[in-house]
Design a protein around this ligand. Structure first.
Ligand SMILES: [Zn+2]
Length: 384
């Protein structure tokens, strides 16, 4: 614990926040992280992992004896909002990515350095990975998926996103929907033939009604922790003015589902619904279904949970209560695609997805301590 250095952690966080990295453009900040790690004596790999604009950053710390690998994984990209440069004021780190999640990335680096400096890791290993392409709608998660497919996967993962009050054990998968209804021809004035055209607005209304019925059905698909499945419509766009028949309607929304339901099931259900409405209305309807992350589940009996809870207790004084994961994050990808347990736990920070991101330095230090302690007990345990 003494090997965790607040000054070094803060310097790293500032060095990362300083380099703007909107999603899909995190190349420069990945270079910055890589050079910081190299300067600090770590061997760094830069797998392209499906995103040549910003090769990922990977480093390892080997305990010298066989044992499980604990992965620390973070994203280096930030949402597309005006850039705010870093500053530390009154013990709080401000700036783009301070809470989501460069502060957390700096904390996981510091945990790794401290374990190295103290020579504390005597078995197993740490695999540290950092990447781009996380934030939707700009990114589609492809870089982490490629890292997983290429084998950059530990036996369990910790992700320093800004959740800190509970241990997320279940969460819903999420897809974004865009449904487009079109008819042939041009917009037509209502009294000059507009009412003779098939109505894209009536077809859109029918879709909204069917989605509402589907949502009622989905309300019975419940998970005790993750909550219920849902279909939600957030935007409907059609028409240019009050007395002209339009040629297109678009409807945007989300679909969330619980563990046990797959992306493919959900897509099939929607395809069927849309095909039926298209047939009834005699209009082509196109469904763009974009799964962002699958559903998430964490086995509370996995050794990484005990290791994490002991660490949390040692650092904070109590274990965390189990709870839902309200958002989707890369932990869902680890759970769904890599089949490994993933714990999302990061600083109690504010302002994610706003221009006013804030992460208390004390929280970053706390996260570094918990990560280091979790590694000590998990990596010393039996290989899972
Ligand atoms: Zn994030």
């Amino acid at each position: 614990m003494a090997a965790i250095r607040e000054d070094r952690l803060v310097d790293t966080a500032v060095a990362l926040v300083e380099v703007p990295s909107p999603t899909c453009e995190a190349g420069a900040v990945a270079d910055r992280l890589a050079s910081l790690l190299v300067e600090d004596g770590f061997a760094v790999e830069r797998p392209v992992a499906a995103w040549p604009t910003a090769p990922a950053v990977v480093t390892r710390l080997d305990g010298g004896a066989p044992g499980p690998t604990l992965q620390f994984d973070g994203h280096l990209d930030t949402v597309h909002l005006p850039f705010v440069p870093p500053r530390v004021e009154g013990g709080i780190l401000h700036g783009s990515g301070a809470s989501d999640m460069k502060g957390g990335v700096a904390a996981m680096c510091e945990a790794t350095r401290a374990l190295r400096d103290a020579g504390a890791l005597t078995a197993g290993s740490i695999l540290l990975t950092a990447h781009d392409h996380h934030e939707a709608p700009w990114g589609d998660g492809r870089q982490l998926e490629a890292l997983i497919d290429e084998g950059y996967v530990g036996d369990a993962a910790l992700l320093p996103e800004y959740l800190s009050d509970s241990l997320p054990i279940a969460g819903r998968g999420l897809a974004i929907l865009k449904v487009t209804v079109r008819r042939d021809g041009e917009p037509v004035h209502e009294v000059l033939g507009g009412t003779e055209q098939p109505s894209v607005i009536a077809a859109g209304a029918e879709l909204v009604r069917r989605f509402e019925q589907l949502d009622e059905t989905l309300s019975h698909r419940k998970h005790p922790v993750a909550g219920r499945e849902r279909i939600f419509v957030g935007s409907v766009q059609a028409g240019e003015m009050y007395n002209t028949a339009p040629t297109a309607l678009t409807l945007d929304g989300t679909r969330r589902w619980i563990p046990g339901t797959s992306n493919a099931d959900v897509q099939q259900e929607l395809d069927d619904l849309v095909t039926q409405v298209a047939r009834e209305r005699g209009l082509p309807i196109e469904l763009a279904f974009r799964p962002l992350r699958g559903a998430f589940e964490l086995d509370p009996a996995h050794p990484v949970v005990a290791a994490f809870q002991h660490a949390h207790e040692a650092v904070v004084g109590a274990a965390l209560p189990a709870g839902p994961k309200p958002l989707v994050d890369d932990g869902n990808t680890f759970s769904d695609r890599a089949g490994i347990p993933a714990i999302t736990h990061g600083p109690r920070a504010t302002g994610a997805h706003t221009v006013d991101e804030q992460a208390p330095v004390s929280e970053l230090v706390r996260v570094a301590r918990i990560y280091a302690r979790t590694a000590l007990s998990f990596c010393a345990g039996p290989t899972t």
